[in-house]
Design a protein around this ligand. Structure first.
Ligand SMILES: [Zn+2]
Length: 262
């Protein structure tokens, strides 16, 4: 079973209903924080999904290192430094190449304030083709997507989640049109895909409703959830917009929505 919780359905410019990127994925009972954008921790705690609070966060996946997807790492690590947090379980952060460099630079600024007091911190930069097999049989597989990066990281990632029953949820991360995403999303049970801007916006490295529709018409996911909506997109009926190009099931995410596979 896969539960995909939307903690933040927006992008870098939040609205009252669409906070910056943040997701909580439960894959066969294994909990994964995906993209801790600004405010992710508080929204996770308000959702009731993590009753142990900071101590209950053990695995973090990053699609890329832009602040709207990663800024709450600072808040989370600072909280884990507090003597109030008692977990001794390792804290593992998985992300693209550049993750170690980012944490090193943050440590230059904050020193030991970002060192968890009782927990080891494990940073994993994904190698191409690498997957993570979770206890319980779930499989997490990153793939490169098309989102321009800067000197911190060369590339951005999407993620494919497969549960022990073979059911699949795919997360696009931030991306422009991208053949690897079409391939990952082919016949997926759930596709959580960015739909950042209206059709009349052409941006490099993001998708508009037409591009999402074309992706879905090709890949035929069973349920499409539109996320990472900037204010102009969030104010629109994106289901109708994407529905011009794709006849399958479409939902427009808001903060607090949850989607289940299985
Ligand atoms: Zn973003």
């Amino acid at each position: 079973m896969i539960n995909f919780h939307i903690l933040g359905a927006g992008g870098a410019v939040p609205t009252a209903t669409h906070s910056p990127a943040a997701y909580w994925v439960v894959l066969d009972q294994q909990e994964l924080m995906l993209d801790p954008g600004p405010g992710a921790m508080v929204r996770l705690l308000k959702s009731g999904l993590a009753p142990r609070g900071v101590d209950g966060i053990e695995n973090i996946l990053l699609s890329h290192l832009h602040p709207d997807h990663s800024l709450d790492l600072v808040a989370l690590l600072f909280a884990a430094h507090s003597p109030i947090c008692l977990s001794e379980k390792p804290l593992r952060i998985y992300g693209p190449r550049g993750l170690q460099d980012l944490l090193g630079k943050l440590k230059d600024i904050y020193g030991s304030w970002l060192t968890p007091r009782h927990r080891s911190l494990e940073l994993v930069e994904w190698e191409d083709g690498q997957s993570l097999e979770l206890s319980g049989g779930g499989l997490v597989s990153p793939f490169r997507v098309n989102h321009p990066q800067d000197r911190l990281s060369e590339y951005a990632l999407g993620y494919r989640f497969q549960d022990s029953q073979g059911q699949v949820a795919v997360f696009s991360g931030d991306t422009g049109p991208c053949p690897a995403l079409n391939e990952a999303a082919r016949a997926a049970h759930l596709l959580v895909v960015e739909c950042s801007v209206p059709d009349h916006f052409i941006t490099k490295g993001h998708l508009n409703p037409m591009a999402v529709g074309e992706l879905c018409a090709d890949s035929q996911p069973r349920h499409v959830v539109l996320t990472h909506q900037y204010p102009a997109a969030a104010a629109m009926d994106l289901v109708a917009e994407v529905g011009k190009y794709f006849e399958g099931k479409i939902s427009q995410a808001r903060d607090g929505d949850s989607y289940q596979v299985g």
